[in-house]
Each structure stands twice: as C-alpha cells, then as structure tokens.
Design a binder for this molecule. Structure first.
Ligand code: GDP
Ligand code: ZN
Length: 459
C-alpha cells in the first residue's frame, strides 16, 4: 500500500457502460490540475460547470460536468475534482489518462484500492467503522443490509461506541483519582457507585454487541447447501422461500460462471444457496474438468451453516442421496425437507429427531414454507427486535467480546474483599483500548491495509 500523500486519480464509477461515468482526483492542491485541464478556466467550488474535456493538443475527448470541491469540504478532506462524462470504458480511460498527464508535474498518480476512503479516514472525515460501512453499503445484497450499512455510515454505530468509551473513561478517572489517595480506597467503590456504573457499562456493551451481531447476520447471511435429486422440487422451494420479497439473485463471488449458487433473502437475511444438483461425490468424477468443478463445489459446501436435504414425501431417500449425504462434514445441522405433501397426504409439520430436523411441506402449494423460514431464521440466530442494527464486521464483534471480557474481570476485582484497584483500573484501560480499535483510534497500519485493500479502485 502506497502511503505517500501525492494527489491521486481514478475512475470512480463501475466498469462497463453507463449513462454517466466519473473520473475523480484528490490532492492537497488541485488548482494547478484544474487549470491545466481547462485552459485556465477557474471552476467555482461546489458548482457544476458544463465544459469540454480536451486533450493537451486541443482535440475533444468528451463534454461533461466538472465539479471542484475545495478541501476540507470534500469526501476526502483534500481538494477533489470530479469529471462526469459519458459512461463508456474507452472514453473514461482516455479521460483518466488525460487527467494523469495534466497532473504529471504535481505528481498525480493512479489511486490504489480504497485510497479515497482511506484519505477520508486519515483526514477525519470518517472514522474506521464508517469507512468500512462505505464498502458494506456498496456491497450490500439486501435492502435491510443496505439500511444498516448506511446507519453505520451515518455514524450511529460509532456514536454508540464513543458513548461507551466515554463512560469507561469517566470510571477510569474516578479509579485513578482514588489510586492517588490510598487511604480512601476502602469506601471508594461505595461512594461513587463504581460497581453500579460498571454494571451499567457491561449491560450497554452487551446490548451493542447484540445489535452488532444481528447486523453482522445481514452482512454475512446464512450459507445453505441444497441437496436433492432432480425433480424433487428444489427450484420450486427456492421460489417459495423467496416469496413476495423480490428474489435478489446475486452470484457468490468467484462462482459467477457455474450457476450453482444464488442468493435469496428471508426478512432481509441473505441466504447464500449452493445447489448441489448434478454434482457427484468425489470418487464418481470422470474427467479432470469435472473433478475441478466438483472440488470447488465441495469447497463451498464446507462453509455450510445448514444443509437442506430435499426428499419426495412419496418416495423417501434414494441411494444417490445417501452417498452424497455421507460425504458431508459432521456437525452441520441437516434439515430434511419432505416435499410434495399435497400428493402424499402428510400434514405440514416440523419435528426434530436425533439425526436431523424433519419438515413436511409443499413447495407447490406453499404449505409448510413458513415452518422452514422460521427454522432457518432460528438457525441463523435472528431475533426480530425492531431495533436499529449496525452492519458490523467480525473484527467489531471480536473487539466487543474482548471489551466484555475485560469488564467482567474488572467486576471480579471489584467484588473481592481485598480489591485491587490497580487491577481494576488496568482492566478498564484494556476495555477502552478494545473499544477504540473499532473506530480506529488505536489502529495499526496493518489493519488499515487489510481494510482498505479490499475496496475497489476508485472508492
Ligand atoms: P428440481 O429439479 O429439484 O429443481 O425440481 P423443480 O422445482 O424444478 O420441480 C420439479 C417438478 O415437481 C415440477 O413440475 C414442479 O412443479 C413439481 N413440484 C415441485 N414441488 C412440488 C410440490 O410440492 N407438489 C407437487 N405436486 N409438485 C411439485
Ligand atoms: Zn431445478
């Protein structure tokens, strides 16, 4: 990751063709760049100017809108120049090349992935949790996920974390003040109700953790593997499950071309579904190409949170089912879906036995589908609280968990008769450090590198 502070430029819009495409530049002083590009015409900050984009020799590349944002009133906190032209890959490349060339003297270079957002973070326009929310909003696969990403982006999650940090800091100040006057240690806890304060903080951390882990579900979703013989009703089941919600079909990254995976949503939770139809177990593979395809699918299967084994309620399992199921990793919950009960005469029902949970339904008539939806949401750990959720990441959850652990230890120290205020204070300090990693006050360059390199170029 390049950490210099030279001006940067990139195409900001998605690759491909669109009505509009944007080339964006950011730097400490972009005035010379704008003047070189527009022949000395001065752009009024934050005003749209319709203007020709020209090569150095005067030939026309495109006509479009130029907007100049004078730092710090911009996304990155630096000067930002946005050129909105027509959204074709060739014309945008030409425009980008022209911008890089015009900025050559001031050291303008191509931006690295996430570098605009990284600069916004460096210049305090966003904290780390908000910067992550930018990526999450762009990547959101359901409306609910987008909603909680923008909740985090607006700073609601960061504010909740800041509020916790403030309460911990306040308590630390009390404890540390007392450490300076050892003779008063004994009744310190009673006088300031330190224990009560600590309890309150522990409960709030727990609450934020719940909101964050529910939000994380919206981000990660549930990995579902669908097993079943042809014609057992797998496609029908997916349609029934997606129900009235628009079934947003997004291929899982990396498997775009083999149509074995798709995403539907239940109550906003993305279900990443791997359909194993047509894949065979390892030993059955004939040629090398098929073998590679099978390996990859089985790799996906290894990430399963739940396996749906679909059966025909009229016939029961086949031998092919048995051989596929035998190959699944142990420990992943299996739901046996007995389909077509409209033909078999079973009643819609759910019951758990030792090896699996059995659900009787009809994908065709939509009877029993609600039982399956509820069971999937239960497995996912979804609780409908109606509260706002934060689209948290794994690292946020880990930090909140360690915060809770340090606070627990602080409580233990406080509960002992020969309490050690030193240890109590130290646990509070560690809790505060953990909380601060979420918003980035205590972040290493390594962490920043990991977070921002996952962005696309131009973000
Ligand atoms: P897949 O090959 O496993 O994806 O199965 P499909 O979803 O394509 O369904 C195969 C056939 O079974 C279709 O003709 C469906 O209409 C029919 N089917 C699916 N579910 C049911 C059901 O619950 N009851 C009845 N009677 N037919 C069903
Ligand atoms: Zn099908």
């Amino acid at each position: 990751m390049n950490l210099d502070t030279l001006p940067i430029a990139a195409i900001a819009t998605a690759p491909g063709r669109g009505g509009i495409g944007v080339v964006r530049a950011s730097g400490k002083n972009l005035k010379p760049l704008a003047q070189a590009l527009f022949n000395g015409v001065e752009l009024k900050p934050r005003h749209a100017t319709y203007i020709p984009f020209k090569q150095a020799d005067g030939t026309l590349i495109d006509q479009g809108i130029a907007i100049y944002f004078k730092g710090p009133h911009s996304y990155t906190g630096e000067d930002v120049l946005e050129l909105q032209g027509h959204g074709g890959p060739v014309v945008l490349q030409m425009l980008l090349q022209r911008v890089l060339e015009a900025g050559h003297d001031v050291g303008l270079r191509l931006a690295e992935p996430g570098e605009f957002t990284r600069r916004a973070y460096m210049n305090d326009k966003l904290d780390l949790a908000q910067a992550e929310a930018v990526a999450d909003l762009i990547d959101a696969s359901t409306e609910a996920a987008a909603k909680s990403a923008s909740q985090s982006l607006s700073g609601a999650f960061s504010q909740a974390i800041h509020a916790l940090v403030e309460r911990v800091t306040h308590l630390r100040m009390l404890v540390e003040a007392t450490l300076d006057f050892p003779e008063e240690e004994i009744d310190f806890l009673e006088k300031s109700d330190a224990r009560g304060q600590l309890r309150g903080i522990v409960e709030s951390v727990d609450h934020v953790f719940r909101q964050a882990s529910q939000g994380a579900l919206l981000r990660e979703g549930l990995n579902v593997v669908l097993v079943g013989q042809p014609n057992v009703g797998k496609s029908s089941l997916l349609n029934a499950l997606a129900g009235a919600d628009v079934a947003i079909v997004t291929p899982i990254a990396g498997t775009t071309r083999d149509k074995v995976s798709e995403t539907i949503q239940i109550e906003g939770i993305p279900l990443n579904i791997i359909d194993t139809a047509g894949i065979r177990s390892h030993d059955e593979a004939v040629d090398i190409v098929e073998r590679i395809g099978i390996e990859r699918t089985w790799g996906e299967v290894g990430k399963a949170d739940v396996i749906l084994h679909m059966l025909d309620a009229n016939h029961g399992p086949t031998r092919a089912d048995e051989s596929i199921l035998a190959a699944f990793p142990a420990g992943v919950p299996v739901l046996r879906i007995w389909n077509k009960i409209d033909l078999s005469g079973h009643k819609p029902s759910i019951d758990a036995s030792d090896d699996a949970t059995h659900i009787y339904l009809s994908a065709h008539d939509h009877t029993g589908i609600d039982l399956l939806r509820k069971e999937l949401l239960r497995i996912a750990g979804w609780q409908q609280t109606g509260e706002s959720l934060y689209l948290a990441r794994e690292r946020h959850l880990i930090a909140l968990k360690s915060t809770a652990r340090h606070l627990d230890r602080a409580e233990e120290h406080a509960a002992q008769t020969d309490q050690s205020l030193d240890l109590f204070a130290e646990e509070l300090r560690l809790a505060q450090v953990q909380l601060s990693t979420i918003t980035g006050a205590f972040s290493s360059d390594d962490l920043l590198g990991v977070i921002f390199s996952r962005f696309c170029i131009g973000k």
